[in-house]
Design a protein around this ligand. Structure first.
Ligand SMILES: [Cu+2]
Length: 141
């Protein structure tokens, strides 16, 4: 009964009651053979969810590139697990700092891509590897 009242109170306060956790593995090789990859490279999330970056292989460091206005950017140390709670709807684009140049990038879509779609469209990938992966991610928005 107590927990029901708590759940009701959380609903009324507008807080997400069941925030989810999404795991993104940082790998030297993805399951499709791609070198230096986030897996999955795109995550669908809701406001209040947490995305956990796991350094399963060494040498990776998750950092934001683009976040929606009002959201906190992040930059994790090398080989560190990073926990990012998404508080604002929109697209969050991220990279592995050491492997940005080879296109180790990914996206979190929180509820709607529309809010900052223009920022994503304005991103200029450098080099063919980054361009290829950026276009593939953008195609899933
Ligand atoms: Cu990396």
């Amino acid at each position: 009964m107590k927990s029901l009242l708590l759940a009701a109170a959380l609903c009324l306060s507008g807080m997400p009651v069941f925030a989810a956790e999404h795991v993104v593995r940082m790998l030297n090789q993805g399951s499709d053979g791609t070198r230096m990859a986030f897996e999955p490279s795109i995550v669908q999330a809701k406001v209040g969810d947490t995305v956990v970056f796991i350094p399963e292989d060494g040498g990776h460091a998750a950092a934001s590139i683009i976040v929606p206005t009002g959201a906190e950017p992040w930059e994790a140390p090398l080989n560190a697990e990073a926990r990012v709670t998404v508080s604002v709807p929109g697209v969050y684009m991220f990279k592995s700092r050491p492997h940005f140049a080879v296109g180790m990038i990914g996206m979190i879509v929180v509820e709607s891509a529309d809010r900052n779609r223009a920022d994503i469209d304005a991103f200029k990938p450098r080099g063919s590897l980054m361009r290829k992966r950026f276009e593939a991610l953008k195609g899933q928005l």
